[in-house]
Design a protein around this ligand. Sequence first.
Ligand code: FE2
Length: 461
Amino acid sequence: MTATDENTATTEEKPWHLSGNNAPVFDEVTLTDLEVKGAIPPELSGRYFRNGANPQTGFSDHWFSGDGMVHGIEVNNGKAQWYRNRYVRTPMHANPDKARMDLYLNPETLAFDHNVSTANTHVIGHAGKILALEEGSFPYELTQQIDTVGPHTYDGKLTTAMTAHPKVCAETGELLFFGYSSMPPYLVYHRATADGQLVQSTEITVNGPTMMHDFVVSRNYSIFMDLPMVFDMELAMSGGMPIRWSDDYPARMGVMPRAGSDADVQWFDVNPCYVFHTLNAHEVGDEVVITGCRIKELWRQSSDIGFDDGSGEDSAPMMWEWRLNRATGKVSERQIDDRGSEFPRVPDSLVGLKSRFGYTMGMAEPGDAGTVFKYDMDINGGTRTEHVFPVGHVPGEPSFVPAAGATNEDDGYLMTYVYAGDTDTSYLVMLDASNVAADPVAEIHLPRRVPTGFHGSWIAD
Ligand SMILES: [Fe+2]
């Protein structure tokens, strides 16, 4: 078998998360002279990085658990300079035959080693560092060429895991984040300054070992989602994803002043649900308004089957709004869309502030035309338009990149890798965010595929 053959998408008797374009690629390459269709906007100078699970052994027991591989493209002067894909060098990567728990948990002290990570979930830029993130462990610093520097611990001050979804405040440049754990303390909130100094680590009381994948911030508050997806020791002992839905665990959101303490958190009961990803939050008077992709129920019977919980209920994530009134303690919720979508993003410059537009990846079945959705929250409470890709072309999370001289919020580009099933290759697409239905502004084509992944960022020079 050639390297190319090994990298070809296959569906032969593999679980869905290792089939088709979810299958890993095994070699690390550097490619130049990339084919470009359309015109790369000349003002763009930087790199688009996207992370994903890419098990080096070819096997992982869950979609979320493979080794992190980052796929990057450098762009400047209207040209695509290179494509690189690199594994993040972690203890997991160095020990492919060992189970995570054997590396992660010290059986004598029962302490976790947060250096042990797949580093497979997100890539962000903050305080001049590029960080690959996975919610069970420390961040891993990367170079611009996607080489691994090593775990980043804020000079040893970070002693918990770090979420893969920290928020960079658009106004202060602070990095706001948390770490959650299956063991007490279940939740610790952290705040780092714009120049990367960790200045706050505060334990937050939650009802138990909830899986807190994301959170959200507004101008004055950090908002936690304490939802009924909880760690289950029996599942942990049997191997696999140790999380399940619980009817007994109350669903709450907690609003805390950004530099506040556990005692300052105001908790609001919400209807039971799970939210992997928030879109944004902002404040209107006494209300904190939160948007995100809400899943009605998840992993009741098994964590092995995507968003379907096995009950026959439609559990596709849908755009939703929660309004938490700090004065009255009341919550109002509403569904914004009945089409499923995920991987929501707003411009980095509007994180925590009122954003009119939001962008998501439409949920599609294999063989469907992939879509990127654009929501206009100012028209009828949230109106969708969409970019429809050719049949069999599947995008991922759309990252917003501002255009030069932008005057409107949506003056910019949406970047994501698209898998083209007809050629078993991928391309980086740049859509016009102000007119998403239009033909792409540019496509940077690769002679190979980029497996389906999780999150990414455009990190400008
Ligand atoms: Fe995520």
